[in-house]
Design a protein around this ligand. Structure first.
Ligand SMILES: [Zn+2]
Length: 274
């Protein structure tokens, strides 16, 4: 059931379970910390190269659990967002940031138009093409589809702790986000908020707009605070929590979902039916 489009270590994108029969298609743009050798580490220290600046820790793992449970295709980036942020328009300065929070990115300074174009063509375009290919194949099969993007965010930002634990983000189409937020009571202990810690004004709904809204697909972006994803058990447990929101939300917006979350438990970093 699972296949991968990854062809070599510098491939920009991987597609898992491309023919999944469930109603969701998962995106994980910031899944990887990999910086291809040609970029010489972007001039970053080893510490920075292992930090949240270069990727969303835990997001790929959560996405894989969701992909397995929802039988959902998963399109995940394989190159660091500091090389190119696939959740940004190529025209946006933040697509190739010279600075990320408190971190300077020397390898992104003074880029020529050709440098920017090369990154767009080798990282962003393949990612978008992979998403489009999955969505077009589902359209040809007349599979109803919702787009769900999975991210993680740092617990401290510019020195300030963030209290929100799970963010439900949307742009102009809030139907699926509304349905998820309506389920928040099922995770009573979690602090779940709309369009936090980011929202459409921060430019983070690029993928939702071009792959979801432009194709008439319901869509949502889920941001999980990364300290909830530190261990394999926590990543599986968080995936279960997200299924507690997603499964009834997908049903509520008219998309069949057959996951029985009540029977799922975490066992050695895996989600298993009991
Ligand atoms: Zn992210």
């Amino acid at each position: 059931m699972i296949s991968s489009a990854r062809k070599d270590s510098d491939a920009a994108v991987e597609v898992l379970n491309p023919n999944g029969a469930g109603p969701a298609v998962l995106l994980c743009e910031h899944a990887s910390a990999h910086i291809p050798a040609v970029y010489r580490g972007l001039g970053l220290s080893r510490t920075v190269r292992e930090s949240h600046a270069v990727w969303d820790p835990g997001a790929r793992s959560v996405s894989r659990h969701l992909s397995a449970m929802l039988d959902a295709p998963l399109i995940a980036g394989c190159v660091s967002r500091l090389v190119f942020d696939c959740n940004r328009s190529p025209e946006a300065p933040s697509a190739i940031p010279e600075r990320s929070e408190l971190i300077e990115v020397p390898g992104n300074r003074n880029l020529s138009d050709a440098d920017r174009a090369r990154r767009t063509e080798t990282v962003y375009r393949p990612f978008c093409a992979a998403v489009s290919a999955v969505l077009e194949a589902r359209k040809a099969r007349e599979q109803a589809t919702a787009l769900v993007a999975i991210h993680s965010f740092a617990p401290v930002y510019f020195g300030k702790p963030r209290s929100v634990e799970i963010g439900i983000l949307h742009d102009s189409d809030s139907r699926l986000a509304d349905a998820l937020l309506a389920q928040a009571g099922g995770l009573g202990s979690r602090r779940i908020e709309r369009n936090r810690p980011y929202g459409p004004d921060d430019g983070v709904t690029h993928s939702l707009k071009i792959h979801g809204i432009a194709n008439g697909l319901q869509n949502v972006m889920i941001e999980v605070r990364s300290d909830l994803l530190a261990t394999t058990d926590e990543r599986a447990g968080t995936a279960r929590e997200l299924l507690t929101l997603l499964t009834p939300a997908l049903r509520a917006v008219g998309l069949a979902s057959f996951v029985n979350v009540e029977t799922l438990s975490v066992d050695n970093g895996m989600l298993v039916s009991t």
